[in-house]
Design a protein around this ligand. Structure first.
Ligand code: DQA
Length: 147
């Protein structure tokens, strides 16, 4: 494959970052977060996608896969993390590696956030580092095969 290409995908309510519970999720908007990622990794071709609709997230995964895949996907599935078997099945059905990320440390929060139905079909999980969770997700994909 030529250039490294990575999809940054965000699920429901993440369009509200900056306004939504800033004490939990920080004060940056999703556009600011995405710009920061692009600046931090100038060698990577990024695509950014956000939707509050489960089906739209699934269709995006299949679109990428049918295009021949990409180097990987950094996915913050928001609340779908905790209950979307459809999302889990979609991730499981594609070859493109997916890293699960969360801004907050979901394990320090309510019990219902402790369970992820997608972790088992992702290559790894990063949670609790705020915006850095996305950066660490990108690093994890770039570093694959190094060890
Ligand atoms: C989140 C954690 C989820 O529990 C929550 O539903 C979100 C955001 C995070 O980034 O910390 O929407 O994925």
């Amino acid at each position: 494959m030529s250039a490294t290409s990575i999809l940054i995908m965000n699920g429901p309510n993440l369009s509200r970052l900056g306004k939504r519970e800033p004490e939990v999720y920080g004060s940056l908007t999703i556009d600011e977060i995405n710009r920061g990622i692009a600046v931090a990794f100038p060698e990577v071709n990024f695509e950014f996608f956000q939707s509050g609709y489960e089906g739209a997230l699934l269709e995006k995964l299949f679109e990428i896969e049918d295009r021949g895949g990409c180097s990987g996907i950094v996915l913050n599935a928001g609340a779908f993390t905790h209950y979307s078997i459809a999302l889990r099945d979609a991730i499981s059905s594609i070859r493109t590696p997916v890293v699960e990320v969360h801004l907050s440390n979901v394990h320090k929060r309510e019990e219902f956030r402790h369970k992820s139905v997608i972790s088992a079909v992702c290559i790894g999980v990063i949670a609790g580092f705020g915006v850095q969770s996305y950066h660490l997700g990108v690093r994890a994909l770039l570093g694959r095969g190094d060890s």
